[in-house]
Write a protein that binds this ligand. Sequence first.
Ligand code: MN
Length: 130
Amino acid sequence: MSRTILLIEDNEQNRYLVTFLLERSGYQVVSVEDGRRGIEMARTCAPSLILLDIQLPTMDGYEVARALRQQTPLRTTPIVAVTSYAMPGDREKALEAGCTGYLEKPIDPETFVADVERFHARSAPEGSSP
Ligand code: MN
């Protein structure tokens, strides 16, 4: 399995932290600042997992997830929503949009990589729960 993770996140501090934590654990991280670039990059970098911020400029994460799922090679790629939204229903919205699961911000550096790896072990876009 490839160890490339695509990170779609507009916040520079979060990009820095996530990239640092994953690279330290041996992953290659490709990060982009918005959904449009994320969709383009997903075509070329063959990610084994996608981390997707929900609050993004222009296209929100739900739209991005739907667009990613329409790309055949990404049908079964784990897409993990990473969002500070903690409202009931947001998790369901993320799953409906095609996300595999959901991690909450703020990111906990102690557990983040292990949390991501739980999703890495899966490939089904639906029918799973963390
Ligand atoms: Mn954001």
